[in-house]
Design a protein around this ligand. Structure first.
Ligand code: GDP
Ligand code: MG
Length: 175
């Protein structure tokens, strides 16, 4: 009889970045393995969760979505409260979204402890012919800012699982 009780811990992840880069789609892909070109925006903050096995423990990963507030630069500080990890997203076909990454990082760093792991993702990597940002540019920015990095496609389910797991591993190491 094994009396050991495995623990369930809750981890909070936020995702930020310009409107349209695919933040909601990335969360939907990871949480529910679904994708749609027609992403309805409900204003307000919303999260989805998924249970993950981490060693003998169970981690309930809560992924908070800006739900459109980023369009008005009005993400409330409540969004960042108690956060364990962050994803900053850009779209590899959109220069502006990449140029704005630094601004998003700045917002985050004002509100969150410097030790919280961060992951930079270049999403929509399925759109090969429309690419504007080389992978090496994303890698370079991530390295300079001490962030994890990966290119992803929520549409074709490329690298989504892998980047989330890398972030969670870094979060667990922090505990
Ligand atoms: P958000 O505003 O950052 O939350 O972005 P959404 O998740 O609403 O996505 C914006 C649009 O980009 C939607 O039409 C999505 O279907 C589309 N989209 C999201 N991720 C991808 C992707 O990886 N590849 C492609 N081709 N389209 C994507
Ligand atoms: Mg969204």
């Amino acid at each position: 009889l094994d009396l050991a009780v495995s623990q369930e811990i809750t981890c909070k992840i936020v995702i930020i970045g310009d409107s349209g880069v695919g933040k909601t789609s990335v969360i939907r892909r990871f949480a529910n393995n679904e994708f749609s070109f027609d992403v309805a925006t409900t204003l307000g903050q919303d999260f989805r969760s998924r249970l993950l096995k981490v060693g003998s423990n169970t981690c309930r990963l809560q992924m908070w979505d800006t739900a459109g507030a980023e369009r008005f630069r009005s993400i409330s500080s409540v969004y960042f409260r108690g956060v364990n990890g962050a994803i900053i997203a850009y779209d590899i076909t959109n220069n502006n979204s990449f140029n704005n990454v630094k601004e998003w990082m700045g917002n985050f760093d004002q509100l969150v402890d410097a030790g919280v792991p961060k992951l930079l993702i270049g999403n929509k990597c399925d759109l090969k012919t429309e690419r504007k940002i080389e992978k090496a540019e994303g890698e370079k920015l991530a390295k300079a800012s001490n962030m994890l990095f990966g290119e992803t496609s929520a549409k074709d389910n490329i690298n989504i699982e892998h980047v989330f797991m890398k972030l969670v591993e870094n979060m667990i190491d922090m505990e």
